[in-house]
Design a protein around this ligand. Structure first.
Ligand SMILES: [Zn+2]
Ligand SMILES: [Zn+2]
Length: 433
């Protein structure tokens, strides 16, 4: 019997981790991420004996963050690709340096993870043990992201990772037609109960809104995730012929540099180069002051205003009724970005300290808006993905994970109504296939 264990990412977004075991007991881990809150930040532990390989879908730390922990004990291949490895290294180092939580591993284990990395090209089958193979396929989520097909003892299990079938400017979208027939699907459910607005309309409104603010003498702060979203924002501005000044700061600059060195993972490297040539990189505090005082758009992480370069700018924006803060990413409940959108106030907390400006929560006088540039498929696209996959032997097994309780369980219910054998697994559950 092939066994699949859900070690994390069950009815939650965070610490995604799956263990697959062959009938001879050989094991493979798919993702081993962390979550940002609570005491239990790592996935469930498991018996590492006979672990043959670790494979990673993409760089985000909810998938990659706890992989170094496994290298405390094992010395086995870590299958990934070059862009994912470089960015995972940057993000995990950042995560360890923030220092608000003491992880049971550090830079030594991260180095061991880096040493064990083996690069896999998409659509090339890799043997990890007898009758045990993995293959990567483009997942369309961020540059380098993959879905993983596991072939074990004749069973085919597809783990989607985070997927996007929607059109973006940065990366080619995921195509369900690329896979062979499968027996079991493990699929993300982040936005399974929601529908994204039409992308092109959101893009146009975003660029028009920025142009209007600039024209009336204001400036625009675009807090964006440093990985992928900042670069997508640049590409959108370029695509819609935005002619104004653009500055880019913080982690986003580093990631731009990584993307330039990995053109094969981008949809169109020339367009990316064009978008970069329009932007000015902010390199020191004088540059920050110049950017602050100019009639410009500034792209700066972090996406939820939890920290990062955007914090250097925020005060001068909040006080200016002619300026705007445009959020372009997911805003978690309780995050400063969400509070700013919903309550029109800004309160910044870090490491348990409250950075209330002048001892008070700052009321925003500037314009604020949210533009949905999600890099996940929405409900209709997730259903389309499933419908376009071919299941063999009539098993039709689908496990819904990587979504809150409502998204995962509702998605599983909708799939059951469509005739699939679906469930939203709970943490530590083991299924025989
Ligand atoms: Zn992701
Ligand atoms: Zn994720």
């Amino acid at each position: 019997m092939v066994k699949i264990s859900f070690l994390g990412g069950c009815r939650e977004v965070g610490r995604s981790a799956i263990l697959i075991e062959s009938k001879t007991g050989a094991k493979c881990i798919l993702d081993y991420g962390i979550r940002f809150r609570g005491k239990q930040r790592l996935p469930q532990d498991f018996d590492h004996e006979n672990l043959k390989a670790i494979a990673l879908t993409h760089c985000h730390v909810d998938h990659s963050g706890a992989i170094p922990y496994l290298y405390k004990e094992v010395d086995i291949p870590f299958f990934t690709n070059s862009i994912t490895l470089r960015i995972s290294n940057i993000l995990i180092k950042d995560m360890l340096n923030i220092g608000n939580f003491s992880y049971p591993f550090g830079n030594e284990e991260l180095k061991s993870m880096m040493r064990n990395a083996k690069f896999l090209q998409n659509e090339l089958r890799q043997k990890i043990d007898e009758n045990f193979f993995i293959t990567f396929y483009n997942a369309g989520h961020v540059p380098g992201s993959v879905s993983i097909l596991v072939e074990v003892d004749g069973r085919r299990i597809l783990y989607s990772g985070d997927i996007n079938m929607g059109e973006t400017n940065l990366v080619e979208r995921a195509l369900p037609s690329q896979f062979p027939e499968i027996d079991t699907l493990v699929i993300e459910s982040t936005y399974a109960t929601r529908e994204h607005p039409p992308r092109n309309e959101v893009e146009k409104k975003f660029v028009e809104s920025i142009a209007n603010v600039i024209e009336s003498g204001g400036k625009v702060l675009i807090p964006a995730f440093g990985v992928a979203r900042s670069q997508e924002a640049l590409l959108i501005l370029e695509k819609h012929n935005y002619g104004g000044k653009i500055f880019i700061d913080g982690l986003a600059k580093k990631i731009c540099d990584v993307y330039m060195h990995h053109p094969e993972y981008l949809k169109d490297i020339q367009k990316f180069k064009n978008s970069l040539s329009r932007a000015q990189f902010i390199s020191e505090s004088q540059g920050r002051n110049d950017a602050k005082n100019s009639n410009a758009a500034i792209i700066a992480p972090s996406g939820m205003l939890k920290g990062g370069a955007s914090i250097n700018f925020i005060k001068s924006f909040l006080n200016d009724p002619f300026s705007a803060i445009y959020l372009v990413g997911y805003q978690a409940e309780g995050s400063p970005g969400r509070k700013l959108l919903e309550e029109g106030v800004f309160e910044y907390r870090e490491q348990g300290l409250s950075h209330k400006v002048n001892g008070n929560i700052l009321v925003a006088k500037c314009n604020r808006d949210y533009f949905n540039f999600s890099s996940h498929s929405d409900g209709p696209l997730l259903h389309k993905y499933v419908e376009n996959l071919k299941f063999r032997n009539g098993d039709n097994n689908i496990f819904c994970m990587h979504g809150d309780n409502k998204s995962t369980t509702n998605f599983a219910k909708e799939l059951i109504e469509k005739g699939y054998n679906s469930v939203a697994p709970e943490i530590d559950e083991i299924y025989s296939l």
